[in-house]
Write a protein of this length. Structure first.
Length: 395
């Protein structure tokens, strides 16, 4: 029996995780759930999964949820609030498995806490890893935590590694990783039109249904950039050993190219319940609810190389991982700010990359030797992004 805490249970990954849990009540017990603002969905999840404790962002939301749960006969469910509560539920002694599915920097401290305590960490929250990089991987190594990637590409790569492989280790006889990318909704939009892309166009992903932030990241291909950094950390690879391959069908989720000429791939329908079920059942396997892949329906698999002029965010991510230190945290913070402004209609689509480049030029990277250094870099980049975007806002 695994005892689970789901950080970000009301989001796209959180909902898929609980869907898999509901299929395996004999093997998985939900101990803790957290949400930012979506108290209605969290309440429904409590009725189904009966967690011992839940956490939300604000005090008022916590008391409202507590009252509803008590009225529904669930007075025993503890309701906490605030950022410290996230760390507390992720650290509970009865939690042995953490699903890190908060979006963005807010997930860093609770995910790191679970890694330091040696838990099994299922990592969807790529921003947390990108920000804290070697510090996070050292915490995993030192505590003996079991880190399992949920991002479909990294989960695919992990599945193509030898069965004894542990994330963070240097894989033997691997020539390179082929990181597949759908290319997102703007793959074939004329470059001259990118200035006028709306939030609705940007979040209309052709193959995956996901949260709004990662959907915009897919449109800019910053998602793939963050994943390049994630791959370097998870698999101890240099950036030049991680090659992005555009594969519009999203059927091959990534490949590992070995020195003997073998290329191993993991295939499947684009449904996050596959990597989630893989990590929850690891090293066994169980049913995920995902439709079987029908190769006759797929018919063809296409590949092309990415256009770094159309997708400048991809080049910025390679630059950040090469420069190292706090530069990936600077890149991530600037991106989070710029994407939020774009979604709010305050800046043009093309200003996302311009803002990130400005912050990387403006904020000096230092060695990412402590969490304070990393959070300082995050704050400095957010301030630089705000100032730049104020000068370049649409109106
Ligand atoms: P989402 O926006 O659908 O859900 C985010 C969750 O985090 C919600 O439960 C929300 O309440 C919570 N949250 C947001 N801000 C918070 C804050 N400040 N404090 C506490 N909780 C907060 O996002 P998603 O698509 O589920 O993505 C989650 C993470 O998984 C992201 O890092 C994303 O990059 C990664 N990921 C997602 C997918 C996917 O298919 N959705 C695939 C690969 C990786
Ligand atoms: Mg991915």
């Amino acid at each position: 029996m695994r005892n689970l805490c789901v950080l970000g249970s009301t989001g796209s990954i959180g909902v898929s995780t609980l869907d898999v849990c509901a299929r395996h009540r004999d093997a998985l017990r939900v101990v803790a759930l957290t949400a930012n603002n979506n108290v209605d969905r969290l309440f429904e999840q409590c009725l189904v999964h009966k967690p011992k404790v839940v956490a939300v962002a604000g005090r008022d939301q916590a008391s409202a949820l507590k009252a509803r749960l008590t009225a529904a006969g669930y007075a025993d469910t503890a309701v906490e609030h605030g950022p410290d509560a996230l760390v507390a539920v992720a650290s509970l002694p009865e939690v042995d498995t953490l699903m890190a599915a908060i979006v963005g920097a807010a997930g860093l401290l609770p995910t790191l806490a679970a890694a330091r305590l040696g838990k099994r960490v299922l990592l969807a929250n790529k921003e947390a890893l990108v920000m804290s990089g070697p510090l996070f991987m050292a915490a995993v190594r030192d505590s003996g935590a079991e880190l399992l990637p949920i991002d479909s590409e990294h989960n695919a790569i992990f599945q193509c590694m030898p069965s004894h492989y542990k994330a963070g280790g240097r894989p033997q006889a691997v020539r390179k990783i082929l990181l597949t990318a759908s290319g997102g909704p703007l793959l074939n939009v004329p470059v001259a039109d990118l200035d006028h892309v709306t939030p609705e166009q940007a979040i209309a992903h052709p193959n995956w249904v996901m949260g709004r932030k990662i959907s915009v990241d897919s449109a800019t291909m910053m998602n793939k950039g963050l994943e390049v950094i994630e791959a370097c950390l998870l698999f101890s690879l240099a950036p030049e050993d991680v090659q992005v391959v555009i594969h519009p069908q999203s059927v091959i989720h990534s490949m590992v190219d070995y020195v003997d000429g073998s290329v191993l791939a993991q295939l499947g329908n684009p449904d996050m319940r596959t990597p989630i079920a893989h990590a929850l059942a690891y090293p066994e396997r169980f049913e995920s609810g995902v439709e079987p892949l029908d190769m006759f329906q797929v018919q063809r698999l296409d590949f092309q190389s990415p256009d770094f002029d159309r997708f400048p965010c991809l080049g910025l991510a390679y630059r950040a991982v090469r420069e190292g230190g706090t530069m990936p945290a600077i890149l991530n913070a600037a991106n989070e700010k710029a994407v939020a402004s774009f979604l709010d209609g305050r800046i043009r689509f093309t200003l996302i990359a311009a803002t990130i480049r400005h912050c990387m030029d403006q904020v000096t990277a230092v060695p990412a030797e402590s969490i304070d250094r990393i959070l300082d870099a995050d704050r400095a980049a957010r301030a630089a992004a705000d100032a730049f975007m104020a000068d370049h806002a649409k109106h």
